[in-house]
Write a protein that binds this ligand. Structure first.
Ligand code: HEC
Length: 525
């Protein structure tokens, strides 16, 4: 692969680089295949495919546009504000490269240099599940171009309480399933509701339509599944029902879906000493109290609520939720010493691309801190998603024409060292969730040969403390990337600079007392 940065430098200072012209095979295909094709391929959620030169070139001007305005790839949280596992987004360099390629008339280059399409996993991203809960029948989705929000009840059949290490939703029909939320309950209320009608599942727009005991991270296309860190997890009670609320996107043709949920139990020495706890922000926390949550027609309104912490916590995930009037979220903690800890910022809320986000590391928030939650709603006719025409007064509720101000957060009481636990690296997007390993390994670094930066991905089969180092050809340490840090089981990604290293052959080493993994790395200048 050609070093991208040379091209960019030439591009920036306006030199004509006839010999190294930006082209599809070498420059654009890796960006598209790693950031777009997971959704843009036959049978997936996006309406057209981006799997070869002709398909990509045909969308040229549109690709330049949607990447410049950062509409694609879809990722709502502000990446400069906080970092989450599996986050998506192109670098400024990649966006420029696409624009440059489109402006140059989408040249193909040498087809022999085009990288192969990644191998997209169909089963689990995490290994072999201990329990698979599948919808018991096919659900029929009518091709009427309408959204469909449906709750399905999956009985766990558990004879005893089970400690859960990970849970992942796998869509049955990826063309139809837009996103899914997961929860559990033990009172049989959802099952009773399902039994009221003959069709499978029941309709519920905003949430599960019944009280639930707990929730799990939901599903959006391209999400990275994660294991809970060692000693941390959720206990699924015996006899509980798992609830999945699936949003089926508007479709022109009839489809069916039978999705499933993979469940992984805690194993070996890993058992739960800290249950995942939930901290919801609701209108009860608002400055004006619950009843202040109503939005007059033709107004843009911001609500502010607070939560005060009475113990040190390690925040693990955040799930902001509002409906069609929603515009913005801003969440942060102010510590007693006056520091600000960013949680999540969403500048252009889109109901269709909501998600639950896991921090790349546990976020320590000290006792006495106040979490500030700001949510902004646009109830004017300038809001193209406003369900009321003309705009009407809107109050709290579950239906499409009601609104919500709800943030689900998960945490555990803080313990020393939590801030060193890496739940997954979210800082890069060059490699999609395309790996499917069950034993510890380093995946092929990218780009290789590298010039100024390297993206490294690896899988760990159990939680452990590791070092990541670059060694020279004689085996001597030339750069330490990670020193004695503890990582969870699962896939991890790191991006680091290699600007300062001279051209040559190096070894990338991931090691600790019991593990020695290496990969060759070539650096060119
Ligand atoms: C998570 C899934 C996903 C990923 C990743 C993704 N797309 Fe999309 N894309 C969609 C869906 C769904 C639509 C159609 C609905 C919409 O426009 O929101 C779409 C629509 C588009 C459109 C048409 C927009 C329009 O208004 O008609 C373009 C162009 C596009 N995507 C390009 C890209 C490019 C380029 C990338 C990678 C940089 C990318 N997409 C990554 C899901 C995705």
């Amino acid at each position: 692969m050609k070093p991208l940065s040379i091209l960019l430098i030439l591009g920036c200072i306006g030199l004509h680089h006839a010999t190294a012209q930006v082209n599809y095979s070498e420059d654009i295909a890796p960006i598209i295949y790693n950031n777009c094709t997971s959704c843009h391929r036959p049978g997936e959620i996006a309406p057209f495919s981006l799997t070869n030169y002709n398909e990509v070139a045909a969308w040229g001007t549109m690709l330049k546009y949607v990447t410049e305005i950062k509409y694609m790839p879809p990722w709502k949280p502000d990446r400069n504000y906080s970092t989450f596992v599996g986050e998506k987004g192109l670098t400024e360099q990649e966006i420029k490269l696409i624009a440059e390629w489109v402006d140059a008339g989408t040249p193909q280059g040498d087809p022999n240099l085009e990288p192969p399409l990644p191998n997209f996993p169909t089963g689990s991203q995490l290994g072999t599940p201990d329990l698979v809960l599948e919808m018991s029948e096919d659900y029929f989705i009518e091709g009427n171009n309408q959204d469909d929000y449906r709750v399905f009840v999956l009985p766990t059949g558990l004879a005893e309480d089970k400690e859960i290490a990970a849970i992942e939703f796998r869509p049955g029909n990826t063309r139809a399933v837009h996103h899914a939320l997961l929860a559990y309950e033990t009172d049989g209320l959802a099952a009773a509701r399902d039994a009221q009608s003959a069709t499978y599942g029941y309709e519920s727009f905003g949430d599960f339509g019944v009280p639930v005991q707990g929730t799990f991270t939901g599903y959006t296309p391209g999400i990275q599944s994660v294991f809970f860190p060692e000693g941390i997890g959720t206990t699924l009670p015996k006899g509980s029902d798992l609830l999945v609320q699936v949003h089926y996107a508007p479709l022109a043709t009839n489809e069916t879906d039978r999705s499933k949920v993979n469940i992984f139990y805690k194993k070996g020495n890993d058992s739960i000493s800290r249950e995942v706890e939930r901290l919801p922000a609701t209108p009860f926390d608002l400055d004006g109290g619950f009843l202040s949550f109503n939005i007059a027609p033709n107004t843009v309104r911001t609500f502010h609520g607070t939560k005060e912490l009475t113990e040190d916590i390690s925040l693990m995930s955040v799930y902001p939720h509002m409906h069609y009037l929603g515009k913005k979220w801003d969440l942060y903690a102010l510590t007693p010493s006056g520091d600000t800890i960013n949680i999540v910022r969403i500048n252009d809320w889109d109901f269709n691309w909501q998600g639950a986000y896991t921090f790349d590391r546990m976020k320590k928030i000290p006792s006495g801190s106040v979490i500030h939650v700001w949510g902004t709603y646009d109830n004017t006719s300038n809001n193209p998603f406003n369900p009321n025409n003309p705009p009407a007064r809107v109050r709290w509720g579950e239906s499409t024409t009601d609104e919500m101000y709800l943030v689900g957060m998960t945490y555990v009481p803080y313990r020393n060292g939590d801030e060193n636990i890496v739940m997954g690296q979210g800082t890069t997007t060059h490699i999609e969730d395309v790996f499917n390993s069950t034993e510890s390994r380093i995946y092929l670094p990218f780009p290789n040969p590298a010039n100024d930066y390297v993206v490294m991905s690896y899988y760990l089969d159990k939680p452990q403390t590791i070092n990541i180092e670059i060694l020279d050809s004689k085996g001597a340490l030339v750069k330490s990337i990670v020193k004695e840090q503890r990582f969870t089981t699962g896939n991890h990604k790191l991006e680091f600079e290699v600007n300062e290293l001279p051209a040559g052959l190096y070894t990338l080493s991931l090691n600790n007392t019991s593990l020695k993994l290496t990969r060759p790395l070539v650096i060119t200048k």
